[in-house]
Design a protein around this ligand. Structure first.
Ligand code: IPE
Ligand code: IPE
Ligand code: MG
Ligand code: MG
Length: 326
């Protein structure tokens, strides 16, 4: 039976964070539609306006409230820039994955073709950098520029290791830290001059967030997720949960690596993985990351913000577990 578990990011949305997100939303819209070319504005605005959980900017706001108790205009800009970098990286990710849909709308690569999608992604990323420099601060702009470098490296590493039968769980983790965890770390860093006290929390949470996304692709269903499963296997992305299972109880599945798989093979593989220890091993690994994240949190005066930051990692793990099919 499917028990209902609330969307985990809702835990962050205290009245103060929600009020801040409304301000962030306006800034995101203004920045992503600020080109002199209307066609860029409609393309960029379509992706940033199509929703998304706004998890990274919510983390920036929660960090600012935890460390400062208030939300300055600079923090609002920093949070908007973090979301723009996420959105720009998704445009490029969908281009690399040849994905047709994102956030319930057609991707830019499907709608406009790869060339235009590529440069709209560039526009969104560069616009974030410029806004950070002019309306946040130089350290925020530096943090965001270096996170774009890390995102590129993480995505490059994953692309270079597609269909690589020698890929290890450690390789997958290195890519996750670059392509996903670095932006969660930066979401905390840009919130406050003492943001580094939350950086480890952001990085560990970001790592478990991506690992759970990878797990659900292998161990949930299209019905539950609202998107097809098995995509990573189909595209030759050997993710952390899969590589962990190959190292533990599913070593006999290795002959399926290093080549394209038929749909029947994917169904068979997913069934074997779900019956084995992959789900439990991955959830246990994520619980370790969650414990590490909590142990690195600084003292937080606001009890609502403290409860949200303490509760967020476990809420994500519980939510993912509720979507798993064994
Ligand atoms: C999607 O991120 C990409 C991953 C890192 C798994 P989100 O799940 O935060 O995407 P949106 O912003 O809600 O669309
Ligand atoms: C997330 O990776 C993309 C970035 C972090 C840039 P995925 O490829 O796993 O995310 P989805 O599944 O497309 O959302
Ligand atoms: Mg993708
Ligand atoms: Mg990808």
């Amino acid at each position: 039976m499917l028990t209902h578990v609330a969307r985990p990011e809702e835990i962050l949305n205290s009245p103060a964070v929600s009020a801040g997100l409304l301000r962030v939303e306006k800034r995101i819209h203004r920045l992503s539609t600020s080109s002199r070319l209307p066609l860029i504005n409609s393309a960029a605005g379509r992706i940033t306006g199509a929703g998304g959980k706004r998890l990274r900017p919510a983390l920036t706001l929660a960090t600012a409230l935890a460390l400062d108790g208030s939300l300055s205009n600079r923090v609002i800009t920093a949070a908007a820039c973090v979301e723009l970098i996420h959105a720009g990286s998704l445009v490029h990710d969908d281009l690399m994955d040849k994905a047709a849909e994102r956030r319930g709308v057609r991707t830019l690569n499907a709608e406009l073709g790869e060339g235009r999608a590529l440069v709209v992604g560039d526009f969104i990323l560069a616009r974030a950098g410029l806004a950070a420099l002019s309306s946040a601060s130089k350290p925020v702009a530096e943090t965001l520029a270096s996170v774009v470098v890390e995102l590129a490296e993480g995505q490059f590493q994953e692309a270079a290791e597609l269909f690589d039968p020698e890929r290890t769980p450690e390789d997958a983790l290195r890519s996750i830290i670059g392509k996903t965890a670095s932006l969660f770390r930066a979401s905390c860093l840009v919130a406050h001059r003492n943001g580094s006290s939350m950086a480890v929390y952001g990085e560990r949470f970001g790592t478990l967030f991506q690992i759970l996304d990878d797990l659900l692709d292998l161990a949930s269903t299209a019905d539950r997720l609202g998107k097809p499963v098995g995509n990573d296997l189909r595209q030759g992305v050997y993710t952390f949960p899969l590589l962990l299972a190959l190292r533990h109880d599913c070593a006999d599945l290795r002959p399926f690596l290093g080549r394209r798989l038929s749909e029947d093979e994917i169904t068979l593989l997913l069934a074997r993985l779900r019956r084995g220890s992959m789900v439990d091993d991955t959830l246990e690994y994520c619980r370790g990351l969650a414990a590490g994240a909590l142990s690195s949190l600084p003292a937080i005066a606001d009890p609502q913000i403290a409860a949200a930051l303490y509760g967020l990692p476990a809420a994500y793990i519980d939510w993912a577990e509720s979507l798993v099919v064994r």
